[in-house]
Ligand binder design. Structure first.
Ligand code: SAM
Length: 267
């Protein structure tokens, strides 16, 4: 650990790469334990940085693949055994191609907060090849991901993430656990993609279209936002109260609307 802290001291953290390195060793171990790594897992770490989580993971599994963009970190990571390094922007990585055998991927990472939402959206497109994901994120982002229609944080992010995954918030983490310390509270989260779609959605494309349209205008009712896609009568036939805002609709209700629109376009 002392050697690791020395690395953190020597490395100039880059803001543009969202670098906040974990420095609280007991916490690092707790995070590692909550992942429940098994020796044969097909584990992928996003943004290993100086290896805070990488080292305990490597000590417990046979092989690990990491994706890191900062070229200055590559020589440090190269000194670790049984590690495959992908020196690339994670947003350009094809996760389907990383599934090389019958094992689904386990993804882990203390994500760069500046691009955490695009990373999650990128991964959701590969949810079918992912077993689970463990991420450190801004607590506020996890509150939005886990929110239900009764919560003020509920919105497009909640719908999009919960359409694919069960969201399980884990430890809340203060800024002092990192160097440099971020200005916000952080949280660890477990996302488990559904094996079978619990919502019976016919077309993802149509579902995204309806969700995007519903949330396109803040404080407007569904009668107004969904006008390009549904008449008021059609909304009523789907059992939707058109005087509500998108923030009040459950994922099942979005699925009903999307399937109705899909059927209308097929006929
Ligand atoms: N895992 C380390 C830790 O917990 O101490 C570092 C976490 S730091 C919050 C985010 C890491 O993601 C950094 O190593 C950063 O260089 C890397 N990163 C930033 N943008 C990236 C991108 N687009 N693709 C891959 N890695 C990226």
């Amino acid at each position: 650990m002392n050697e690791y802290l020395q690395l953190v001291r020597l490395h100039q953290a880059r803001k543009r790469f969202g670098q906040n390195f974990l420095i609280d060793y007991p916490l690092i171990i707790k995070l590692f334990q909550s992942i429940h790594a098994q020796p044969d897992d097909r584990m992928i770490e996003i943004g290993p940085g100086l290896g805070a989580l990488t080292r305990p993971i490597l000590a417990n599994i046979k092989a690990l693949t990491v994706i890191e963009l900062d070229r200055d970190l590559i020589p440090i990571l190269s000194s670790l055994d049984n590690l495959t390094i992908i020196h690339q922007d994670v947003l350009t990585v094809d996760f389907h191609a990383l599934k090389i055998d019958d094992r689904k991927l386990r993804i882990v990472g203390n994500l760069p907060y500046n691009i955490s939402t695009p990373i999650i959206f990128h991964l959701l497109a590969s949810a079918s090849v992912i077993k689970d994901m463990h991420f450190m994120l801004q607590k506020e982002v996890i509150d939005r991901m886990a929110a239900t229609p009764d919560d003020s944080e509920y919105g497009r992010l909640s719908v999009m993430v919960q359409r694919y995954c069960q969201v399980i918030p884990l430890l809340t983490i203060p800024p002092t656990a990192f160097n440099p310390a971020p200005k916000v509270m952080s949280q660890f989260v477990r996302l488990i993609p559904y094996e079978t779609d619990p919502y019976g959605i016919e077309s993802d494309e149509t579902f995204f279209e309806v969700v995007k349209c519903a949330f396109s205008m803040k404080r407007k009712t569904l009668r107004n936002t969904l006008k390009p896609l549904f008449t008021q009568e059609e909304l009523e036939l789907c059992g939707i109260d058109s005087s509500l805002r998108a923030e009040k609709l459950s994922i099942i209700e979005f699925a009903t609307l999307a399937n109705q629109l899909f059927a209308k376009r097929q006929s």
